[in-house]
Design a protein around this ligand. Structure first.
Ligand code: TA6
Length: 314
């Protein structure tokens, strides 16, 4: 595979002096990722508009995860057992992967950064496994944002391990009450607001009038998030991630989060490509790959004028 002539990326100091990398493409497209958490905190389109939500009260100070952007949930989604909520990958300092193994990618995508996370001695005490977690963040020529995770079991004791995973993406929306999500209709989901009880989603697009915290099972690999006011649709494409989480804390939960503004729930929606229902198991030497691609398309959506099916399946 021809290696792409990689576009150099910028290494700068971000909030509180935390190291971050900036990718740039075209006139004003850019992506910013902090080494803390391997955490994408900004994705801008060619007008320089910010497409991801980061709370104005985000803390940017270990051990707290940055509130917003795209936190990486690994080796566990949610909270059970001894691991912290959503695992520890988002609370660790990642490194630039200077020598990644060959990565079969589209050679037109030349603007990317490779990060790597391996367990510390401390980490192994809380999750007794060795792994290499390689994360490639790519900004495509048209401003698409792609995250590819490759997780390899490097245990020397012959032990397999299992994990759950999510790209916990916070989309910036103009007004949550004017947002629709297409692509999750009629799916079964676990409702986190009902003790993870299993329900079946209605046949219509999902709209938002109150707190939502649902894990959709075996979702299609394309989901559309339609922002009526901005006349813009986010298309999320996923591979290796069968499930999808939809979360908005609404007013009560928003007020209860110290790193989240009371009214910020109106301007964000989490739609998360995930592997939750069926944990992923790797034997030593095996590698898993999970990919999320985010695209923005104009949507002259007005009571059904937008054909999301076309967006989803076109
Ligand atoms: O993705 C939805 C969710 O699991 C919610 O239950 C809520 O806890 C959210 O993640 C945020 O979790 P965090 O640990 O980042 O505050």
């Amino acid at each position: 595979m021809a290696t792409s002539s990689k576009v150099p990326v910028e290494h700068v100091k971000g909030v509180n002096g935390l190291e971050k990398v900036i990718l740039r493409e075209g006139r004003k497209c850019s992506v910013e990722v902090y080494l803390y958490g391997g955490h994408v905190t900004s994705w801008k389109n060619n007008n320089g508009e910010e497409l991801l939500f980061v709370s104005s009260k985000a803390i940017f100070k270990p051990p707290k995860a940055i509130r917003g952007g795209i936190p990486i949930c690994f080796p566990q989604f949610s909270s059970h057992g001894s691991l912290e909520q959503h695992g520890f990958a988002r609370n660790r300092f990642w490194s630039i992967d200077t020598d990644p193994p060959p990565f079969p990618t589209n050679t037109t995508y030349k603007t990317f950064v490779d990060l790597i996370l391996k367990p510390s001695e401390e980490d192994i005490k809380i999750w007794p496994h060795s792994y290499e977690f390689r994360l490639r963040i790519t900004l495509g020529p048209g401003g698409d944002l792609m995250l590819i995770s490759r997780i390899r079991n490097t245990n020397l004791d012959g032990k397999p391990f299992s994990f759950t995973f999510a790209y916990h993406t916070y989309f910036s929306v103009s007004d949550i009450s004017e947002v629709r999500v297409e692509g999750l209709e009629t799916l079964d989901y676990l409702d986190n607001l009902e003790e993870k009880e299993r329900f079946t989603e209605q046949g219509d697009a999902i709209t938002f009038e109150s707190e939502v915290d649902k894990i959709y099972l075996s979702a299609l690999n394309k989901i559309a998030i339609i922002d009526h006011e901005k006349k813009r649709t986010f298309v999320l494409r996923k591979e290796g991630l069968p499930d999808a989480v939809v979360w908005n804390p609404w007013d009560k939960k928003a007020k209860a989060m110290a790193d989240f503004g009371d009214d910020e729930y109106k301007h964000m929606l989490c739609v998360e490509a995930a592997a939750i229902e069926k944990p992923i198991t790797l034997r030593p030497g095996e590698e898993w790959k999970g990919k999320q691609e985010l695209i923005v398309v104009p949507s002259s959506y007005c009571s059904g004028q937008l054909d999301p099916q076309r967006v989803l399946f076109g």
